[in-house]
Design a protein around this ligand. Structure first.
Ligand SMILES: [Zn+2]
Ligand SMILES: [Zn+2]
Length: 383
């Protein structure tokens, strides 16, 4: 009986995706209009604001994108992350989600998607045409049915507008059957705000990366979220060369069972002088783009999800801050700003260890940029 029910649900899901094939033309037209208008208003590039929040959900993915008061959520952590995610979205003032992308049917990406769907109005839900027999996936399908939502099929090359920003679908390849390698079904996107670009591809592995390269869509970006939590099965040399990011983000749980991220992936990043940020070390990471430059913050300050975050006492959290800063320094972080005092420090400065997490902003860039922006060098560490 269970098998029958699953089949029925999957059948329905595919039917929905199929029906929506017709929507493609409409979206494509809209996208052309977007491209036209952004080209015309190039001079306003520096006024475009976009924030990309890599929410700390332990060994899982959850990314919130905000531009001009419009929101998109990419993935929704594990099943037990619903409160973390909804609380975070509430804190950010999210009332409606313009887009929700469930990259692929693994629990660490769609775990709390059912709750997100039941909690928020969603304008466009994008998911790959690949079902799963798990309870987690069935829960998502039930939530979709309950809200009478339709599923939009990801078509590489298609563009969508989000506030001042826009994104292009990169993967999975249209019509390709990746079989039961669920990771390769991941919906990948290139997110653009002015001159800043982010490539975010769920858990896409090398087959999908090859298809993205073959698609000839320009993959060059400032920021790459390492696919599959920094596993060696993703981020091939050719893909990394094409994206050529300045920064990488790894969404990964502390002491996870899979030993992720793989050393090999980290080595590739350092060899290519790519600065990277990890959610297991920094908690939630926020990249703010003004259309020209990207600033980094880690807002949560709390320890990663799998420890008893609510019970951290101040000495533990101070110690943690110090460790993060030291590790960040080892990976090429340039400065740490205290946004409260307006002073900037070397990452290893003793003041950084005492700094309140909510005042701390990580900064990669030149000393001149910082003084130009009105920040003063710390007298203790003389950065
Ligand atoms: Zn996966
Ligand atoms: Zn995953």
């Amino acid at each position: 009986m269970k098998g029958f029910k699953t089949k029925r649900i999957l059948g329905l899901l595919f039917a929905i995706v199929f029906i929506l094939g017709g929507m493609g033309a409409f979206e494509a037209n809209k996208a052309e209009a977007v491209t036209g208008s952004s080209a015309a208003s190039n001079k306003q590039a520096s006024e475009k604001e976009m924030n990309v929040h890599f929410i700390d959900v332990g060994q899982a993915d959850c990314i919130l994108v905000e531009s001009a008061g419009k929101y998109m959520l990419i993935d929704a952590g594990n099943n037990d992350d619903a409160d973390t995610i909804v609380d975070y979205l509430k804190e950010q003032g999210v009332k409606k989600l313009e887009y929700v992308i469930g990259t692929h049917p693994h629990e660490d990406h769609i775990g709390s998607l059912d709750t997100v769907i039941l909690t928020y109005d969603i304008a466009t839900l994008i998911m790959p045409a690949k079902g799963h027999t798990t309870k987690t996936f069935e829960d998502v399908v039930s939530a979709i049915e309950k809200k009478k939502l339709s599923i939009t099929d990801p078509v590489p090359g298609k563009k969508y507008k989000l506030g001042d920003s826009e994104f292009t679908i990169l993967s999975p390849k249209k019509g390709k059957d990746y079989g039961d390698n669920y990771n390769n079904w991941s919906v990948g996107i290139k997110l653009e705000n002015g001159k800043n670009r982010f490539v975010l591809c769920g858990d896409a592995e090398k087959d999908s990366e090859k298809d993205m390269l073959d698609s000839k869509i320009d993959l060059k970006a400032d920021v790459l979220k390492l696919s599959h939590h920094g596993s060696r099965t993703s981020t091939t040399d050719a893909f990394l060369k094409a994206v050529k990011p300045e920064y990488a983000v790894i969404s990964v749980g502390k002491d996870n069972d899979y030993g992720l991220p793989d050393e090999e992936s980290l080595k590739k990043l350092s060899e290519n002088k790519i600065k990277y940020f990890r959610t297991d070390e920094l908690g939630t990471i926020v990249a703010s783009s003004d259309g020209n430059t990207i600033k980094w913050k880690n807002t949560s300050g709390k320890d990663s999800k799998n420890s008893n975050a609510g019970n951290i006492n101040s000495s533990q959290s101070v110690k943690r801050t110090g460790e993060s800063a030291t590790e960040a320094q080892a990976k090429g972080l340039d400065y740490v700003i205290n946004i409260n005092t307006g002073k900037f420090h070397k990452p290893g400065c003793s003041s950084v260890k005492q700094m309140n997490d909510s005042n701390k902003q990580l900064y990669n860039g030149s000393r001149d940029d910082l003084t130009g922006k009105g920040y003063d060098p710390c007298k203790r560490c003389n950065p």
